[in-house]
Design a protein around this ligand. Structure first.
Ligand SMILES: O=C(O)CCC(=O)C(=O)O
Ligand SMILES: [Fe+2]
Length: 223
């Protein structure tokens, strides 16, 4: 079948700002905005196009360093961004590839909603329900602390779990702050606003019964 090209104008016209409905999720030190931004039709088109055009890292860039040892990451990953940008993640430095059209389109659309000029996007691809990302905060030192991280989800719906730094581990919990679970739907946008990343850890745990492919894009502003 001939691939469907995403037409920027048609995406924008379906998304005149007044129609975007946000759900605010707030807790102590946590501030999220969630929206089911794309219709199924548009989300399917974006997903198809990303599946064709995104080229994931191979070799050493598929590994992370944990306590000095390299491990395979349990998902596929690649970064795109402005010329020369790199991003440090779990002991490896990730060079950004030059922007490709579908990622530029989404970047520009999110700019219209947030007025943030994102210069970098990390693409994570979860091949099945076993692929996951462990509890972490996003590397504050390289990131503009005032800009939200904008997370676009496509494909298999998965649970995104946030835990406050004071009660990550049950045994050593200093306080009793319930975790927050967000269902990340196909075509959704989640804004993680400051100071969320300072106080809350997030993860996407394995889900054996959610076995389809999922692509996540986290747009970031690197300084
Ligand atoms: O896949 C997701 O929804 C989250 C990815 C993430 O947390 C990250 O790349 O830092
Ligand atoms: Fe993250």
């Amino acid at each position: 079948m001939q691939g469907i090209k995403i037409d920027l104008e048609s995406v924008f016209s379906e998304l005149n700002d007044t129609k975007v409905e946000w759900r605010k999720i707030s807790r102590e030190g946590l501030d999220l905005d969630y929206s089911l931004l794309f219709s199924k039709r548009i989300a399917d088109e974006i997903m198809n196009q990303l599946e064709k055009e995104v080229e994931y890292y191979s070799g050493d860039l598929t590994k992370v360093k944990v306590f000095g040892k390299l491990h395979n990451i349990p998902r596929q990953q690649v970064a795109y961004g402005d010329n020369g940008l790199t991003y440090r993640f779990s002991g490896v430095t990730i060079p950004a590839k030059p922007w490709i059209e579908p990622l530029k389109i989404i970047r520009d659309l999110i700019f219209r909603l947030t007025k943030v000029e994102y210069n970098f996007v990390l693409v994570n691809r979860y091949r099945n329900g076993s692929d996951h990302i462990g509890e972490h905060r996003d590397g504050e030192s390289d990131l503009d602390a005032r800009a939200p991280i904008a997370s676009v989800s496509l494909g298999q719906q998965r649970q995104f779990i946030l835990k406050h730094a004071d009660c990550r581990k049950k045994r050593s919990a200093k306080r009793d702050i319930p975790k927050v679970t967000v269902e990340l739907q196909h075509g959704s946008l989640l804004l993680m606003n400051p100071p969320t990343n300072q106080f809350w850890y997030h993860s996407l745990p394995p889900r054996k019964n959610a076995n389809g492919v999922r692509i996540n894009l986290t747009f970031r502003k690197i300084v």
